[in-house]
Design a protein around this ligand. Structure first.
Ligand code: PLP
Length: 418
């Protein structure tokens, strides 16, 4: 059993106002859907409110005090994110979400004016376990450029099947775009190994860190990939803020993907040149309050300690995997061992549609995600209509897991199976 260090999730829960409410009658909220979006601590809500109450002005525009303070707060938020992932601040681009970050990257890589871009005959490699956000932008890039989209298959155990990987990633491969942790299976792919193969072929390696950045330490220097993306709202931060980090030399080679105010160096009626990084990629008035909220969220994570969060979540995962293994007719979809897996667990209950199960669990105040999890190709590969997914965060307790297990038994009783 992995042993979590002294870490009090009950105390952590009390930092999150939402847990004061009752749901579906007088039930306490058992929130097991943090992989979809996490709850927000008071400090994040307060930081966003403080921005609006005291310093709301348009960052990087205007000569007045509020604009100056807003600019400072926004740039401090960028530095905070850079510190969190061990990057240079000019390499951190704020977007509205990870989805926007991935679309932006794919768009820029399809622009023939970018010093690095894809052409017909080039190849892009993804995997069968990608969230649609890390699949469809690459499908579209392939369509626009004539490049070929290829993928690493998933095996029955929910791991990537690396047979023939040296052929799949080859000198034609211009981009490998992979998840750092599956949002459905919890699988953590062997990124280091795959990145080595990509490097040997001069291939860009793009990591979808949506399900990793909130759960274990991310150091872009150690990872040595070319770009990572994640969303603020999954890491205790606000919605409407995402991160695109890429190596400076890559960002310098890429054309911007949105155009407008604040991202220019010079503009005449028929042409424009771009500002220095990071502003080149941030057209328009940015999501300032949300960036400030994200910075507060990262402070909160550091206060708890990312390693503590990781150990705690893994111990809850291990508890759930162990307890669920004793239930009849319940099957975990994805790795059942703790090796290379994170704190997202999908399961099916024989004879019960995931939505039905989710609805019954909801009656007990248990919030889980049900359905295809924006991963249709994976569902088809595994021959599933969907799964029930429980995902664990710092504020979840052993009691939450026990209640989920009791909830699953009640679902089976309700539908008279199991
Ligand atoms: C692995 C993964 N990638 C990308 C996304 C997209 O994130 P967002 O909807 O915040 O842009 C998600 C969201 O669930 C995800 O889990």
């Amino acid at each position: 059993m992995l042993k979590a260090p002294a870490f009090d999730p009950e105390l952590i829960k009390s930092d999150f106002p939402i847990f004061n409410r009752k749901v579906r009658g007088n039930n306490r909220l058992i929130y097991l859907d943090s992989a979809a979006t996490s709850q927000k601590p008071k400090s994040v809500i307060a930081a966003e409110a403080k921005f609006y109450e005291l310093m709301n002005g348009a960052a990087n525009r205007g000569a007045h005090l509020l604009a100056e303070e807003a600019s400072l707060a926004y740039e401090q938020a960028r530095e905070r994110v850079a510190k969190f992932i061990n990057a240079k601040s000019q390499e951190v681009i704020f977007t509205k979400s990870a989805t926007e970050s991935l679309n932006g990257l794919a768009y820029s890589l399809g622009n023939p004016d970018s010093k690095i871009h894809l052409n017909a005959g080039d190849e892009i490699v993804v995997s069968e376990m990608e969230h649609h956000a890390n699949l469809i932008p690459w499908q579209q890039l392939a369509k626009r450029t004539g490049a070929k989209l290829r993928w690493i298959e998933v095996d029955k155990t929910g791991e990537l099947n690396l047979d023939g990987i040296d052929k799949l990633i080859n000198s034609k491969t211009k981009v490998v775009a992979l998840t750092h942790q599956s949002n459905v299976l919890g699988t953590i792919p062997p990124i280091e190994k795959l990145n080595k193969i990509a490097k040997a072929n001069g291939t860009l390696f793009i990591l979808d860190a949506c399900q990793s950045a909130p759960h274990f330490p991310i150091d872009v220097q150690k990872l040595d990939v070319d770009a990572i993306v994640f969303s603020g709202h999954k890491i205790f931060g606000p919605t409407g803020i995402g991160v695109l980090w890429a190596k400076e030399e890559l960002l310098e080679k890429l054309e911007p993907f949105i155009f407008g105010g604040s991202m220019i160096d010079d503009v005449s009626m028929d042409k424009a040149t771009w500002a220095q990084l990071p502003r080149k990629f941030e057209a328009g008035v940015p999501n300032m309050a949300q960036a400030v909220g994200l910075a507060a969220a990262l402070d909160y994570v550091d206060q708890l300690g990312m390693q503590n969060i990781e150990a705690h979540e893994l111990s809850l995962t291990e508890q759930f995997l162990s307890e669920v293994s004793h239930l009849n007719e319940v099957s975990v979809v994805g790795p059942t061992e703790m090796k290379s897996r994170g704190s997202v667990v999908s399961f099916t209950i024989s004879g019960i549609h995931p939505h039905d199960a989710g609805q019954v669990l909801d009656q007990y105040g248990i919030a889980v995600r049900t359905g295809h999890h924006c991963a249709w190709p994976l569902m088809r590969k595994l021959n599933l209509v969907g799964t029930v997914r429980a995902s664990f965060a710092a504020y979840n307790t052993k009691q939450d897991i026990d209640d989920l297990i009791k909830g699953i038994i009640s679902v089976q009783e309700y539908f008279r199976v199991g």
